[in-house]
Design a protein around this ligand. Structure first.
Ligand code: HEC
Ligand code: HEC
Ligand code: HEC
Ligand code: HEC
Ligand code: HEC
Length: 243
């Protein structure tokens, strides 16, 4: 700094007790045990607050978009699931390749779009951002529709393998012109199924079948599951989803 004021920098001269970057440190300020203790207690209080789920929600998330049915942010490209998944009947896993194998369903690469769009509508204005990002070799900055707070844990593959289909949590994506939140992804929603998953369990071959409807009484698949194989035991304890 050449403005004459000595700015405090992270990790620098901690003995003054000033937290980094807060305000100009006064040189030669006497070390104050009380000040240090007050700050230490403050830091511990904040750490405890952050550890509690509510605190983390406030600190890292700050929005409740995951709870809002109909939330449909404007995307950098007017991508339509109705066209691609509905009319063209592309399987969900064609683009969300890791939805069966990993915790994340993932987003398709721009290359995948260009596999078709190098030929299909190569001049389309709507596809300009796709061509631009592809040329610059960077991903399209999709705006997240379904995003849980950071303090929750979710895994797609566990649900796919157990025969829980995309539509149980995301609704009729194949009918959406712009992707929207169909279901409020609240804790109560998760627990509602975890307490009694049987009516929602389908044949694994059907997990991307959008027209499938939950059965009550439980489907034949669920019945045979409970008879022959160990019943699925979705977690109800807090640490199952808050790890
Ligand atoms: C041609 C590729 C493609 C296919 C096929 C496809 N998707 Fe997508 N999906 C995308 C793209 C691109 C986005 C990001 C833009 C958006 O949100 O519309 C997306 C976003 C989503 C999102 C929102 C995720 C978030 O948090 O932002 C969900 C949910 C989703 N897809 C589910 C599905 C389901 C279910 C199917 C099958 C019925 C499907 N997708 C088929 C390309 C595809
Ligand atoms: C049991 C509920 C559930 C099922 C079943 C489910 N999802 Fe999701 N999905 C979620 C939740 C919750 C999120 C947000 C995860 C987060 O924020 O960590 C999500 C996020 C996504 C995303 C955004 C990217 C990502 O991976 O976070 C896409 C795309 C998506 N899901 C597609 C699918 C597809 C395709 C299927 C079917 C093969 C599917 N989902 C099945 C609940 C579900
Ligand atoms: C399997 C081939 C295929 C893939 C892969 C594909 N699309 Fe398409 N897309 C099409 C077809 C076919 C149309 C409709 C063409 C028409 O209307 O004549 C279309 C139309 C569109 C349109 C409308 C363009 C306009 O001018 O009306 C947009 C935007 C679009 N796609 C975006 C994407 C994005 C983004 C991806 C990658 C996530 C993608 N597409 C992947 C086949 C594909
Ligand atoms: C429609 C039913 C259904 C919904 C909705 C649902 N789950 Fe599940 N969940 C299951 C089933 C079935 C299992 C698998 C249990 C097994 O295999 O024993 C499971 C397993 C899990 C597991 C255990 C994963 C592991 O690694 O052991 C977690 C964590 C989980 N779910 C989180 C969530 C969260 C968070 C939500 C809400 C966003 C949610 N689930 C919504 C049915 C559901
Ligand atoms: C099946 C998964 C699951 C289980 C089990 C679970 N939670 Fe949650 N919890 C969630 C999800 C998903 C959210 C985020 C919903 C939201 O945004 O409000 C959440 C949110 C919370 C929040 C923040 C609420 C808010 O308004 O921000 C608290 C606190 C919490 N859970 C405590 C618990 C406790 C305590 C338990 C055990 C009795 C528990 N959870 C068990 C999935 C779960």
């Amino acid at each position: 700094m050449d403005n004459g004021i000595q700015m405090d920098q992270p990790g620098r001269d901690r003995s003054t007790g000033d937290s980094p970057g807060q305000r100009p440190a006064v040189r030669g300020r006497p070390w104050s045990a009380r000040g240090w203790a007050a700050r230490a207690i403050g830091a511990i209080a904040i750490a405890l607050l952050l550890l509690s789920a509510g605190g983390v929600a406030l600190a890292y998330y700050g929005t409740d978009d995951n709870l809002v049915v109909g939330y449909a942010p404007v995307q950098p490209v007017e991508f339509s699931h109705k066209l691609h998944a509905g009319d063209l009947m592309l399987d969900c896993r064609f683009c969300h390749t890791t939805s069966e194998r990993g915790p994340m369903a993932g987003f398709p690469s721009t290359r995948l779009c260009m596999n078709c769009h190098a030929q299909i509508l190569p001049e389309s204005v709507k596809l300009l951002p796709v061509r631009a990002t592809f040329a610059e070799n960077r991903p399209i900055a999709w705006v997240r529709v379904t995003k849980l707070p950071e303090f929750t844990y979710f895994d797609h593959s566990v649900h796919s393998v157990a025969g829980i289909g995309c539509s149980s949590c995301h609704g009729r994506v194949d009918l959406m012109l712009r992707t929207e939140q169909a279901v409020s992804l609240s804790m109560g929603f998760c627990l509602g199924c975890h307490r009694d998953p049987a009516p929602f369990i389908r044949d694994v071959a059907d997990i991307t079948n959008m027209a499938w409807l939950p059965k009550s009484p439980p489907s034949a698949v669920a019945m045979s599951l409970s008879a022959s194989t160990p019943k699925p035991t979705p977690p109800l304890h807090c640490s199952g989803c808050h790890r």
